[in-house]
Design a protein around this ligand. Structure first.
Ligand SMILES: [Mg+2]
Length: 389
């Protein structure tokens, strides 16, 4: 059973402020409309064509009378935890898939709780009465298809997708709607004439394995309504990325070195976790800073050993700044900053020293926890209350 909250952030704002109910609500990174993107839009706003990742300025052009609300991450995380706690008694395996999605293993729960569909109705009405928001629920043979089913009747939906109905129900669904099929894989599949779910079934196991290796076996399973679980990584015909970077534009001019360091630390962690997801390490580190007068400063440095450790990347970023900027961060006013790693090589994994091995174990455990309970469940204290929205 996959439970997906409807327009989660915007719905929470509407639930906590009756003035916002029934109105187009746009949750932005900050109350400042000009410089952030839409984090979430209420269904009233979605109906006007506003959606996440659009710039707030554009959303404002579409609907000037929309209510703009600054994202309150702490409130969303608090609600998410409370929903997670509410769900725990329904299954021995309740997993938080993201801040607004939960997955429950309902194998063998029928004799204690009754049919899954009735359980889902009960959960939906509790979410509505206890939190004042709605959720869409999908029930299927496995986690992947339960997730797909949860999107079929949004908002406030409930969809039971029996295994024997998967092929007919999803036949016209574009393949990129399947979690795990990203834009590069979509393009390659399209190249073979595979555009919609029913196209996938026209090819056999051998085809998928020959063209995609391990990932092909996963695709073959998906074409038959199975969930291979872990999606193997695949870079397709494309070479692995040449660099991995993250940047952030501050909503104001910052001159406080502590604050700038906290943002840098956060960006370094984001770069590191993306490197680890790609199974890569980087040797060269670039730091980009943009001053309020829009002058762009870019400095870089090569290091002996490649790394995908956020703390190490942060130390390197500070080394780049201290060596290459005449006065370090003191008196430096800035508007935007970015960190990027290049000279990438496949992750080594051979640790020479006991301390390095322990450090790698720690990082892997943190990745494991964040993978299971959602990004930023565990993060370095140096980030100091700043979190990505
Ligand atoms: Mg959702």
């Amino acid at each position: 059973m996959h439970i997906d909250m409807d327009a989660f952030f915007a719905s929470i704002e509407q639930a906590s402020d009756p003035r916002l109910r029934g109105k187009p609500v746009i949750v932005g990174g900050r109350a400042d409309k000009q410089r952030t993107v839409v984090c979430a839009a209420s269904y009233e706003a979605k109906r006007l064509g506003i959606d996440s990742a659009m710039s707030c300025a554009e959303a404002f052009r579409i609907c000037p009378q929309a209510e703009f609300v600054a994202a309150d991450t702490a409130k969303y995380i608090f609600t998410s935890r409370a929903i997670f706690d509410m769900l725990k008694p329904y299954s021995p395996h309740v997993e938080q898939a993201s801040v607004d999605e939960f997955c429950l293993d309902m194998t063998d729960t029928e004799k204690f709780l009754g049919p899954a569909e009735e359980v889902a109705r009960g959960i939906k009405s509790r979410i509505r009465s206890e939190f004042g928001i709605t959720a869409s629920v999908g029930i299927s043979e496995n986690r992947l298809f339960a997730k797909i089913a949860s999107k079929l009747k949004k908002p406030d939906g409930l969809f039971v997708l029996d295994k024997e109905d998967i092929a007919s129900t999803l036949k016209d669904m574009p393949v990129e709607k399947i979690t795990g099929i990203g834009s590069s894989l979509k393009r390659t599949l399209n190249g073979f004439g595979i555009f919609i779910y029913s196209d996938m079934a026209r090819f056999g196991r051998e085809f998928y394995f020959n063209e995609f290796g391990k990932l092909g076996l996963w695709l073959y399973g998906v074409s038959r309504g199975e969930d291979g679980g872990f999606v193997p990584s695949w870079h397709g015909e494309e070479a692995p990325p040449k660099s991995v970077g993250h940047s952030y534009t501050l909503p104001y001019n910052a001159h406080n070195p502590e604050l700038i360091r906290a943002w840098l630390r956060l960006l370094c962690e984001m770069v590191a976790s993306r490197l680890r997801a790609l199974e890569l390490e980087g040797r060269c580190l670039h730091v980009f800073l943009r001053r309020p007068d829009l002058v762009f400063v870019s400095k870089q440095k090569r290091f002996q050993v490649p790394t995908a450790d956020g703390a190490e990347i942060f130390m390197r970023a500070m080394a780049v700044i201290n060596d290459r900027l005449p006065r370090g961060l003191e008196k430096f006013r800035m508007r935007a900053l970015g960190v990027s790693a290049s000279m990438l090589t496949p992750a080594g994994g051979s640790c020479l020293f006991e301390s390095e091995r322990k450090r790698m174990d720690l990082i892997r455990s943190i990745d494991g926890i964040n993978g299971k309970y959602g990004e930023w469940t565990v993060y370095p204290a140096g980030v100091n209350g700043i979190r990505p929205t």
